[in-house]
Design a protein around this ligand. Sequence first.
Ligand code: PLP
Length: 438
Amino acid sequence: MQASAYQFWHPMLHPNEMKVREPIRIVRGDGCHVFDDGGNRLVDGVAGLWNVNVGHNRPELKRAIAAQLDELEYFQIFDGLSHPRAEELSNLLIDMLAPEDMRRVFYSSGGSDAVETALRLARQYWKVAGQPERTKFISLKQGYHGTHFGGASVNGNMVFRRSYEPLLPGCYHIETPWTYRNPFTEDPEELAHICATLLEREILFQGPDTVAAFIAEPVQGAGGVIVPPASYWPLVRAVCDKYGVLLIADEVVTGFGRTGAAFGSRLWGVKPDIMCLAKGITSGYFPLGATAFNQRIVDAFDGNDDFSGAIFHGYTYSGHPVACATALANLKIVRDENLAANAARMGDYLLQKLLPFAECYAAVGEVRGKGLMLALDLVTDKRSREPIDPANGYAARVAEIARLHGALVRPVGTKIILSPPLVFNQQHVDALVAALDA
Ligand code: PLP
């Protein structure tokens, strides 16, 4: 029977698109390359979907998965049950997150789950802490926090919200400190102050005793790789502290080295109360999400001995043994090969090679990035910074031509996003840039 890509629903796409075009079938991966079904070798400029950080086809990971399947393919961790891999991974994560003072993790199956867990437990935290009116969430425009109802409610992009409204009540969105496009100022530090002040004003407007948490990505990913000014996150932490609001860092993309620092929060020198992790935790070899909590949260739950301190939250696949074994093997590579440092080095090299595009090409308004997360912002007019019409297919055409020249890049609305594996080297960068240049 002829394989068909029309019988399954492709995420984030109109189904009719699959009637008019053949999908690009990726059939194999090796290192920083993938191969399509025509045998073409392509530089993976997107690491799968921001996640294959250690590269494709790593024997260490395949061995770890096989060994775990031999030992125990699955058992639940409900009802007081446990297994060694979940415990070992928790030790490792708490160790890796020591500078952020994280004390306990909760497991799920991916980034949307990790965010949902953060939002639900933030709400419950305030109930066990004796302030049940604190239920509201504040987040950033352009932010992306996955597709569950909670995550969609704090998402800052209409396309992910409109079709699913009404979403959670009590979610409010404020301006992102985006130097390239904002109504305030071109000065990054001034912008950081303005945007942190907007957070404070929103908390005051809502009533601090009603706000549960502020959630944001340390560097916005899907929204177009928006890197905040250096002072923004410390200012946000100070505002949250002033009003007792929890700070949730959605590190689903930025965690485990992508920005050039071990975690995005560390890049900004900030300790969140809750951290959402996924993607790079297993490099995509097995689905896993994790949400980490600090002492403040742990103490509130542990110190509460009535029924409200029990967590009525959990997934069949919480702490899946194979997922945990995969993460253990993957994070060993991330640490041993110091992939955060390589992301910083290669990210800088890639950025330097791409910056001239903004001079040479009329359609490239800005090139920006941090570590190995980068974006080209496409415009119709450099001076006004008017974005291209996302419906005119320009970004998709750029990606298609890049692919014909041997590299996979990601068209997202009015941007081209690059997020290669963290094991990228200079030859990979050169090949990626040459394909984009074409
Ligand atoms: N949070 C952020 C910052 C993300 O970028 C993503 C996905 O790209 C998610 C959450 C959702 O993760 P998942 O697609 O694994 O559910």
